[in-house]
Design a protein around this ligand. Structure first.
Ligand SMILES: Cc1ncc(COP(=O)(O)O)c(C=O)c1O
Ligand SMILES: N[C@@H](CCOP(=O)(O)O)C(=O)O
Length: 463
């Protein structure tokens, strides 16, 4: 499998190089040159497979030639046996044909564990084979950070620097990152917002001289391997409600557009998906572009669903690449303009986006109402991100006979504030985190200036 950049100017790479490269040299994102396609008969034959075996079927074509099958299966097995639920990604029924796909049974209680537990192992494996080291630089609005640290902390080949927006993540999220005191883990609280953190990561990839010869790697969903691993649970959940013999729809709480892009790929790969609903909070650029062709940043706001406080949704570029006929020059131009100003897609490209996605934006008050309402209806407690997904699913659903699956992207224990605002009691932390509030924290508050962040990193990396 070969990978190409969305901006058309970077070298074509194989999986192992894409895994370590993160962002492409031309500032674009890597995507597979061609996608594997599975027939309905093949998909149907997977109905009884446990999650790890299904994951192997779906991931193997993307890594073939770079990772031996036996190593891939071992890493997948280790990843998902570490999850705290026998089904790995269980489904819960809320109503008639209305489902929630629980993606929070990994070690850090968010969907990011699905990809980052595997990505840490894949990186370690390739780096060990090559005898190389990598410096990870990541941006987080709360969940990627802890999942990446958890996935990479045991690696002998990685230093990991994670930036979160200072005072803009929940206390549980912050402590999950800052209480890991391993000597290859560094937490930076940046005096800015998530978009500032993410821009700093991308700018650092463009010029890595500050690392004195070491190379940067990515754990954010700009790294193709993140998206790849997230495709699997679209298949597992759809199979459990009758696909490929019937269509299914998904509603996805969305920020960086990685998770829903994995759903779009599942559809291209043969899964019969009727609707893909983009669910956003007040930081609604994706809803505005899908519903009104308005791709303008606006002011990033702090909400009760902080992990989705994102305006510059990295993976939307991967979708635009397809919608613009894989024209790298057109995407490079569009993304350069978007850095400086509002952009509007060409009308036929926008129509193509609208044909693929529905969208809905939810404010904080409604988020709390949905948490309260669903709890009253069913006894089930939603986290605020999932509540946004459920609301968007209910608003956008076109056919009540098609199962609608909302991705439950985090456990509610990570976000007590909206749960309490909804008049409910926040659940207890699970046993492995029960002393989280007593653990020592370690992080550095840094100004929103790239030179200071890079100097901080340069002083600490191990050569
Ligand atoms: C809990 C939660 N829900 C939803 C999202 C949005 O996912 P994506 O960025 O892949 O769109 C994130 C983070 O991005 C998250 O942490
Ligand atoms: N919501 C994320 C933001 C980063 O997104 P990613 O999927 O690109 O890593 C977070 O919680 O950190």
């Amino acid at each position: 499998m070969k990978y190409i950049s969305t901006r058309g100017q970077a070298p074509v790479l194989d999986f192992a190089d894409v895994l370590l490269a993160g962002l492409a040299e031309d500032g674009g994102l890597y995507v597979p040159e061609t996608l594997p396609h599975f027939s309905a008969a093949t998909i149907a034959s997977w109905a009884e497979l446990p999650y790890n075996e299904l994951a192997f079927k779906i991931i193997q074509p993307f890594v073939a030639g770079c990772i031996a099958d036996v190593d891939l299966q071992r890493m997948i097995d280790e990843t998902y046996t570490g999850f705290n639920h026998i089904g790995v990604a269980p489904m819960v029924q809320l109503g008639s044909n209305e489902w929630v796909l629980e993606l929070f049974h990994g070690p850090t209680l968010a969907f990011k564990d699905f990809a980052l537990q595997l990505l840490g192992r894949l990186m370690d494996h390739v780096l060990a084979q090559r005898g190389e080291r990598l410096v990870i630089m990541g941006a987080t609005s709360g969940d990627t950070g802890s999942a990446a640290i958890e996935g990479c902390r045991h690696s002998q080949h990685l230093d990991i620097f994670i930036m979160h927006p200072y005072n803009r993540v929940s206390e549980v999220q912050r402590r999950q990152m800052t209480t890991i005191l391993a000597d290859n883990v560094y937490n930076i609280a940046l005096e800015g917002n998530f978009d500032d953190c993410q821009e700093m990561v991308k700018d650092s990839f463009a010029d890595q001289a500050f690392l004195g010869g070491l190379k940067l790697g990515a754990v954010n969903s700009i790294n193709w391997a993140r998206i790849m691993a997230q495709i699997v649970y679209y298949f597992s959940s759809a199979l459990s409600v009758g696909a490929p013999h019937r269509e299914v729809s998904f509603s996805v709480p969305t920020g960086n557009f990685g998770d829903i892009f994995a759903g779009y790929l599942a559809k291209q790969m043969g899964l019969p998906v009727r609707q893909l609903v983009v669910a956003t909070n007040r930081n609604d650029i994706l809803h505005r572009v899908i519903s009104g062709n308005d791709m303008s940043k606006g002011q990033l706001e702090h909400t009760l669903s902080p992990s989705m406080d994102i305006m510059v949704s990295s993976n939307f570029e991967r979708l635009l690449f397809d919608v613009y006929g894989r024209d790298g020059a057109a995407i490079a131009d569009l993304m350069q303009r978007f850095k400086k100003e509002a952009v509007h897609l060409e009308p036929q490209r926008w129509e193509a986006v609208r044909a693929l996605f529905d969208s809905y934006a939810v404010d904080d008050a409604t988020t709390c109402d949905v948490i309260r309402q669903v709890h009253a209806e069913t006894g089930y407690l939603l986290d605020p991100h999932t509540a946004i997904g459920v609301k968007a699913a209910r608003e956008c659903r076109r056919d009540s006979k098609v199962p609608m699956i909302t991705l439950a992207t985090a456990h509610p224990v990570k976000f007590p504030e909206p749960v309490v605002k909804a008049g409910l009691q926040s659940p207890q932390l699970p046993a492995h985190l029960s002393d989280l509030f007593e653990r020592e924290e370690r992080y550095s508050v840094l100004p929103n200036r790239i030179a200071e962040v890079q100097a901080f990193m340069a002083e600490r990396v191990k050569h």
